[in-house]
Design a protein around this ligand. Structure first.
Ligand code: UDP
Length: 576
């Protein structure tokens, strides 16, 4: 009732205040007067109907699939990425979150890509670019005899265009900007985001090879190579360059790293080219013009009586793979070349959210060996079931067209999809589902949000709320939890409760990297995870996390030191 009063939305799925507010602002269909035209349930119906339609192409039972998908969505056991929720069954119809575009070393090439980016952003997708082909600042431009301005200056144009083009008016586009470790402009790139307000629509990552990482370890030199002249222009100490990256990441969270060799060791179609870039949050390495649609299983719905319900999980994996494969056929692609690429490899990215919630339900602390074991069991099960599901689809619908050229064919594994698994940040869909995001630990146990000018909503972690009631924790103690946002150093909280509700800043960064690495082992795409560090962490802590991520076979790494930027997305607690 309160939600109806506040937002004018009939909450027929029993969602949280925050979820209803976000859905109303950006997801639910509105008429020309801006009045909401659907309930959350009706939104799920719109999506399930649109996605089930693909079954018709294969002579399969559309109604049966609709029922399956509708149940999957309304139970919140699985949600697709935001563009699917927003656009399925509408005239826009663009359903993917992730794109990669190539950037050629010519004005025509750069501005063609800029145009493609604008079109993709407008449709609701995010874009990743590797700018390493661009000649460095100061190189000669043959047609004019002038001097090139270098990758970072071109990135500024992409950034400004992103600001101007809103994603169908509903969210701003996100970008990933990548530069090779040995590009002559690498220092400028590393520092690019140290100034406030610069490249705000970009995440930055340095792409580094195993050989370069070895040289970093050994303090050896590397050549910086001009990609246009294809020759070395200077020599630097790899360790010093790496230290610049680490120092900058300590200061501002950026750049992260992308481990090129690990990514390409897992490229299912090496004969079609190298994987040199990822989507904005790093969870999907893609070929130029490829796109991927994501969906996440809500793990907080996958346990009963303190045990993982593997039977239920299996059903959800099969339905989710079917759902994501269908999207490829009903998607309205923003560019013809993207449609061609996507339909040839049929990559999908099934992932999870609510991992921290699940651990809590199982009575396991995120910071424990048991958590690593559960992570491994769980993701191994999901990856194996997804392969079986994709194999079954291949029997019904054929393998993906590039299959004969893929490594899957060499191993005689007939799949419908070139890739299957990807762990997304689930920034908004986890909020809609009311679970913890991706595989992250809880960031805070309390969130504060302001809505409608003067209304302040405080949301306590629902699992904690329950425990506080069971344990009859008194009001005074609850107040201090609100202020702090965590259970650290709060008198009157039993130790086991604290260990179940650890927040990210209480979990060592190296352990967070271990969790990421355990998931990555079974994930054919990549894992999005922010390694959170406390404000007093040192640059050495950041360096250690970067080295460990490489050593453990992660495909990339992102760190964030609390309050290292002037403004950040999440704050702990309500106390100022
Ligand atoms: N993304 C985007 N703009 C945004 C947020 C996300 O383009 O404001 C894209 C980006 O490619 C990102 C992907 O969506 O890597 C998945 O992000 P997330 O899981 O947070 O999206 P959700 O589906 O929860 O909205």
């Amino acid at each position: 009732e309160a939600k109806w009063k506040l937002f004018g939305v009939h909450d027929d799925l029993k969602l949280s205040f925050n979820a209803i507010q976000v859905l109303k602002e950006r997801y639910l269909i509105k008429n020309e007067e801006g009045e909401v035209q659907e309930t959350p349930k009706a939104m799920m119906k719109r999506v399930a109907l649109a996605v089930a339609e693909a079954d018709r192409f294969y002579g399969q039972d559309v109604n049966e699939s609709f029922e399956k998908f509708y149940q999957l969505l309304t139970s919140l056991e699985f949600l697709p990425n935001s563009p699917t929720l927003m656009n399925a069954g509408t005239s826009l119809g663009q359903l993917s979150a992730c794109f990669v575009l190539p950037v050629e070393d010519s004005i025509e090439g750069i501005f063609n890509t800029l145009r493609d980016m604008a079109i993709i952003h407008k449709s609701g997708g995010g874009t990743g670019f590797n700018f390493s082909m661009l000649r460095p600042k100061g190189d000669q431009v043959s047609s004019t005899g002038g001097r090139a301005s270098g990758p970072v200056s071109f990135m500024r144009i992409f950034d400004t265009a992103t600001d101007v083009v809103k994603q169908g008016g509903r969210r701003r586009g996100a970008n990933m900007g990548i530069l090779r470790f040995n590009h002559p402009d690498i220092r400028e790139f590393i520092r690019a985001k140290n100034q406030a307000g610069f490249l705000e629509n970009f995440n930055l990552s340095v792409a580094i090879t195993d050989e370069e990482m070895k040289r970093v370890h050994q303090g050896e030199k590397i050549d910086l190579v001009d990609p246009h002249l294809q020759k070395a222009v200077s020599t630097v100490n790899a360790r010093e360059l790496f230290d610049l990256i680490v120092e900058s990441a300590w200061k501002s969270g950026e750049p992260g790293l992308i481990f090129l060799d690990e990514i390409n060791r897992n490229n299912p179609t090496p004969s079609l080219g190298l994987l040199e870039a990822t989507n904005p949050c790093g969870e999907v390495p893609l070929l130029p013009y490829e796109s991927c649609n994501l969906g996440s299983i809500n793990l907080s719905k996958m346990s009963t009586d303190g045990k993982i319900d593997y039977q239920k999980l299996q059903r959800v994996v099969f339905d989710a793979v079917h759902f994501l494969d269908n999207i490829i056929d009903i998607n309205r692609y923003p560019l013809p070349i993207v449609e061609k690429m996507v339909k040839a490899n049929r990559k999908i990215g099934l992932g999870v959210m609510g991992f921290a919630d699940l651990l809590c339900q199982l009575g396991i602390s995120y910071y424990s060996d048991q958590a690593l074991q559960i992570a491994e069991q769980l993701i191994t099960f999901i990856a194996n079931e997804a392969k079986l599901a994709s194999k079954e689809l291949a029997e019904q619908r054929d393998v993906f067209p590039n299959y004969p050229k893929s490594l899957h064919a060499a191993k005689n594994l007939p799949f419908r999809n070139a890739t299957l698994i990807s762990i997304a940040p689930t920034g908004t869909i986890s909020l809609i589902a009311g679970c913890s995001s991706g595989i992250e630990p809880y960031f805070a146990l309390i969130y504060r949000r302001f809505v409608l000018e003067n209304t302040e909503l405080i949301e306590i972690n629902p699992l904690l709320e329950k425990q506080l009631k069971v344990l009859k924790i008194e009001e005074k103690i609850r107040k201090s939890i609100w202020e702090k946002g965590s259970l650290k150093d709060i008198d009157g909280i039993p130790e086991h409760l604290h260990s179940l509700f650890l927040t990210a800043l209480e979990i060592p960064p190296t352990f967070q990297v271990q969790i990421q690495a355990v998931f990555q082992k079974q994930v054919d795409n990549a894992v999005s995870k922010t390694i959170n560090l406390p404000n007093d962490a040192t640059p050495e802590d950041v360096g250690q996390a970067y080295f460990l991520a490489h050593q453990l076979g992660c495909k990339g790494i992102t760190v964030y030191r609390y309050q290292s930027r002037e403004s950040q997305v999440l704050y702990l607690g309500t106390g100022e």
